[in-house]
Design a protein around this ligand. Structure first.
Ligand code: AHR
Length: 671
């Protein structure tokens, strides 16, 4: 017997013959078989379904400091002083200054408070002011321009100057500029550039505004932006966008998740408050318990889609919140339905003939965005009031009446209408994910409703998944890809985590997130690379497959309580080898994906029927690890990455050894 983990056991007793079978594969691995050789059969003349053109996608929301302190370029934390109602959190006073929040001196109705800086004793020798340390540091790079903007107004007599600077935490000034004029008794906006010189990239820096003259000044919307992806103003962080671009995503499910709903009605994603001038956006509390400025608002989401050539999958607020507030279907719900119709018009409407299309043009984007999918709510099975059936149908009818071509997605089962898709969520252990790796093979077909797996993840590894997570994910992706006629779309969640401060309630609210980062650098988890492999290596046709002798392991499921029902401990047999095959109709290339979750190399026989010829040479891309808990991190970002190389020994019938803990994509040239 071969032990995988103490509680997992491979089946198949080794026979003398099998123990003597040593196979040398095209990859230099030796395998000791311990049972009948698994056979993977691919029927190249039988296409079961086209691969869904919407594979693969992304899901996003403000969680784990995904935007604030993440993708959104802003480097100042609590720029609008609304993160805490009583304290100017993340700001501190220096040089004997006093700071306080002043609700009597608002910038406007949205930013209805400001920071009062009192510096009665400031002098050239002893400047006084404020400091911000960013989101766990302020990342600075050499020879780089940083855009600073802020609003200021002064008490009688104070005219500055104010010095704006970037400093290292050990006191070295790295860039600095003075505001010498324009600070008056009225709110005035200042825009400045700070340029660094030669320096070592680091995040051990602070942002400072100081005065060398005594006085009182009020400040609001203090912003510091580095260069962004595609040089968008108010744009996104380039390294994270580059990681996403490598996933070749087809869509972005936005803006949540729980973030769409909010804890309470007034904390929902109220899209109309997230557009226009950022200084006119009030911001709101994320249900993940921190403040969002909504600097990354609806238009920024859409531009993010545009930058990565993916389309938005728009989730509209459907009158239900996480704390179970709900709006009765009928006239009470009508304003929310209208809000959703307006939102769709903002995304897709003509810039000259529609009200919300014109508003989008005024906000800087005359061209409408493509939109085919709208989701009504999020995880509405939690709404125990039973109102979702009525709420969904009211949204569904209104959306279909105005936009008959839009596909409308439900988040829970409904009876009063037939959704185009149903959003299913799966957060699972590795064993659970592997145990359900044939879920959709046997799901009944025939109904009109298709499946959108809007959130899924093998939750193994923290903050980001390890190789065990990637293996569970790959098994599950084989299942979804194989069942493309039913599963039209899917997206892993959560996408991002700021790994700077992993204590409870700090930079991470949810563990096992696809991409990790701090203020300066970022990395993809093994699960991220599994997705990159799947999304960039598949054909447009799913081929029929069959198999024999797929090895299994014993999964000892402990006693547990599920949905209020006690379930005794049990042992389940779960496959340890997973696969699927697709073909690119234009080139004939067959993409065979094989996942070996076992601790041992796996000798496999591949039989391909129905093709005139298959070349012996092809390509192999392999992601593998020595141990299931091997992972990537900020310190070791590329420990586990896919490696692509030429391979030989392929053909209509061949044997090959797949390494332990591995995910492989073979590209076979077929005619
Ligand atoms: O992905 C994390 C959360 O899980 C989502 O916000 C929510 O939809 C789900 O419960």
């Amino acid at each position: 017997m071969i032990l995988i983990k103490s509680r997992l056991r491979l089946h198949y007793r080794p026979t003398l013959a099998s123990l003597l079978t040593i196979f040398v594969s095209a990859t230099p691995t030796f395998a000791l078989t311990n049972g009948p050789i698994p056979v993977l059969q691919i029927k190249a003349d039988q296409v079961t379904t086209p691969v869904s053109p919407m594979l693969y996608g992304l899901m996003t929301e403000e969680i784990n400091y995904s935007y604030e302190g993440g993708l959104y370029g802003e480097l100042i934390r609590n720029r609008s002083f609304k993160a805490n109602p009583t304290n100017a959190v993340f700001w501190s006073a220096i040089g004997g200054a006093a700071i306080s929040l002043d609700p009597t001196m608002p910038l406007n109705d949205a930013l209805n408070v400001s920071l009062k800086l009192e510096a009665p004793n400031a002098s050239k020798e002893a400047p006084a002011g404020i400091v911000n340390g960013g989101y766990w540091g302020i990342p600075l790079r050499p020879h780089t321009s940083y855009h600073v903007s802020f609003y200021a107004r002064a008490a009688n007599g104070f005219g500055g100057p104010l010095t704006v600077s970037l400093e290292s935490t050990n006191g070295k000034t790295l860039a600095s500029v003075e505001v010498t004029a324009g600070i008056t008794g009225n709110w005035t906006k200042f825009d400045l550039e700070l340029k660094t010189k030669r320096l070592k990239p680091s995040k051990e820096n602070i942002f400072k505004i100081t005065t060398a003259a005594p006085g009182t000044v009020w400040l609001q919307q203090i912003s510091l932006f580095p260069p962004t992806f595609n040089h968008r103003s108010n744009g996104n962080r380039p390294d994270l966008m580059a990681l996403l671009a490598d996933m070749h995503p087809k869509f972005l499910r936005l803006p949540g998740g729980n973030y769409l709903e909010g804890d309470y009605l007034n904390e929902r994603f109220d899209w109309k408050k997230t557009i226009g001038d950022v200084a006119q956006r009030p911001g709101h509390r994320s249900p993940w318990n921190y403040w969002s400025t909504d600097g990354l608002g609806l238009l920024e989401y859409l531009e993010w889609c545009e930058d990565l050539q993916m389309e938005p999958l728009l989730a509209v607020f459907a009158g239900y919140t996480l704390r179970h507030d709900y709006v009765q279907p009928g006239s009470e719900l009508e304003p929310y339905v209208q809000d959703a119709l307006d939102e769709i018009e903002y995304v897709t409407g003509d810039a000259t003939t529609t009200k919300w299309g014109a508003r989008r043009a005024q906000d800087g984007h005359p061209t409408p965005f493509p939109l085919h999918y709208v989701e009504v709510g999020n995880e509405d099975e939690f709404d125990r009031s039973g109102s979702y059936d009525g709420r969904f149908t009211q949204f569904f009818n209104a959306i279909k009446a105005k936009y008959p071509n839009l596909q409308v997605i439900a988040t829970a089962n409904v009876k009063s209408s037939v959704p185009d898709l149903l959003d299913e969520h799966y957060y699972r252990s590795q064993e659970e994910m592997e145990a359900q790796s044939h879920l959709y093979d046997t799901r009944e077909r025939g109904g009109r409703t298709k499946v959108f797996v809007g959130e899924w993840a093998t939750r193994v590894g923290s903050p980001t998944p390890n190789m065990a997570g990637a293996l569970g994910d790959a098994a599950w992706m084989c299942c979804m890809e194989r069942n493309s006629d039913l599963v039209l779309m899917h997206s892993y969640a959560p996408l991002f985590v700021n790994v700077s401060d992993l204590g409870q309630g700090r930079s991470m609210q949810w563990r096992s997130d696809l991409i990790g980062y701090d203020a300066l650098t970022s990395y993809g988890s093994p699960s991220y690379y599994a997705q990159v492999m799947f999304s960039s290596r598949h054909g447009d046709q799913v081929l029929a497959t069959d198999s024999q002798n797929i090895p299994t392991y014993d999964w000892h499921v402990p006693a547990r309580r599920r949905n209020g029902v006690e379930q005794p401990a049990s042992t389940r047999q779960v496959p340890s080898l997973f696969f699927d095959a697709t073909r690119a109709s234009a080139s004939g290339t067959i993409y065979l994906k094989v996942v070996n979750r076992a601790a041992t190399p796996q000798l496999v026989k591949v039989e391909i029927s129905g093709a005139a010829s298959i070349a012996a040479k092809g390509l192999a891309t392999v992601l593998k690890a020595d141990k299931p808990d091997d992972t990537n991190s900020l310190q070791d970002p590329r420990k586990i990455v896919p490696v692509t190389g030429k391979t030989k020994g392929l053909g209509a019938n061949f044997t090959r050894t797949f390494p332990p803990y591995s995910i492989s994509v073979l590209e076979l040239r077929a005619k």
